[in-house]
Write a protein that binds this ligand. Structure first.
Ligand code: UFG
Length: 331
């Protein structure tokens, strides 16, 4: 039987874009998603959807065997920093214990190749930008720790098993939607800057609140590194090939340039033609002033070359999706 790739979290924002790219590349794809935050209609046609929880180790091992899976892309996770502070156990259970369960299932089924979705939140806020992969990791919230623990577990597993190989990708700020408008972003609740700004442009919210204008940055607002979701998925496809090299590797995924909140709002104003009223509010707890990547390692070692290098181009793809799906996926 032809081999397939397991995509956990394939009904989510980023996972669904991965499924689509893999199907387009002619791969067989099995999606594992418990649909607690994902959307059934987000799973592109042609993929097999398994409604399983990460913690169901034996069922996952059986599915890995049944579908002849040889590689795993592990996206499934909870990703709200604030929620992780309020309910840390839920994050350690889903993100950390869930990954351990998945690794157990892979071991049972003899699957030894994994790409893991890690995060810039593992660096914390003490590190100077641009952030290189060898920078100290000192996460400041349970979300970041739940992911850092998995990175450490992966390193231990690779040390203990010479057949095991993995790539951990530390995402910076992922934004934008499929360039053809077919799939997109639908978070409930929505907390991210670009979608919230587009909801203002759609008239669903009255105004933006800028979380703090007194940061030590040129315009006083926070600086982040925005990477288009399709460029992020390209990094995953390159990482899948890198799994033929034994051991583990870690890469930042960011374009290597920071934009302030004000610059993002200006891009949304240009793209939508909406005045986008914005008031300045208090700082949001846990927001570092500046967080942007050195993308050098990913470019030089894996040959990654992001197609979207302007904020306007990224926002345009998201705007197309939000205009066509103002309330997200119809379920
Ligand atoms: N922001 C506002 N107003 C809003 C929403 C956001 O001013 O209504 C600001 C934030 O304070 C921040 C910037 O816009 O300065 C970006 O915020 P997002 O919530 O879009 O993204 P974050 O940088 O907070 O989070 C991202 C990922 C997280 C990850 C984190 C790592 O989405 O999963 O980077 O620090 F944990």
């Amino acid at each position: 039987m032809e081999s397939s790739i397991l995509v956990t979290g394939g009904a989510g924002y980023i996972g669904s874009h991965a499924v689509r790219a893999l199907l387009r590349a002619g791969k067989r794809v099995v999606v594992l998603d418990n649909l607690c935050r994902g959307h059934r209609p987000a799973v592109p046609q042609g993929a097999t959807l398994l409604d399983l929880d990460l913690i169901e180790t034996d069922a996952i091992a059986a599915a890995l065997r049944e579908h002849n899976v040889d590689r795993v892309l592990h996206f499934a996770a909870l990703t709200y920093v604030g929620e992780s502070v309020e309910d840390p156990l839920r994050y350690y259970w889903n993100n950390t214990a869930g990954a351990v369960s998945l690794l157990q299932a892979m071991k049972q089924a003899g699957v030894s190749r994994l790409v893991f979705s890690s995060t810039a939140a593992t660096y914390g806020d003490a590190v100077a930008s641009p952030i290189v992969e060898v920078a100290e990791q000192n996460p400041i919230n349970p979300y970041g720790r739940s992911k850092l623990f998995v990175e450490q577990i992966l390193a231990d597993v690779a040390k203990s098993d010479p057949d095991f190989s993995y790539v951990a990708l530390r995402y910076f700020n992922v934004a934008g939607c499929a360039s053809d408008g077919s799939i997109g972003e639908d978070h409930k609740p929505e907390t991210h800057l670009v979608p919230i700004a587009l909801q203002v442009a759609l008239g669903q919210r009255e105004a933006m609140t800028i979380f703090g204008e007194d940061y030590p940055t040129p315009d006083g607002t926070c600086i982040r590194d925005y990477v288009h979701v399709e460029d992020l998925i390209d990094a995953h496809l390159l990482a899948l090939d890198r799994l033929d090299t034994p051991g583990g590797a870690v890469f930042n995924v960011g374009i290597g340039r920071g934009y302030s909140v004000q610059e993002v709002l200006d891009a949304v104003r240009r793209v939508t033609g909406h005045s986008l009223p914005a008031k300045v509010g208090a700082r949001r707890a846990g927001d570092p002033a500046e967080l942007w990547a050195s993308g050098d390692k990913l470019r030089s070692e894996l040959g990654w070359s992001p197609r979207y290098d302007s904020l306007d181009a990224i926002v345009e793809t998201a705007w197309r999706w939000f205009q066509a799906h103002p309330t997200g996926y119809a379920e």
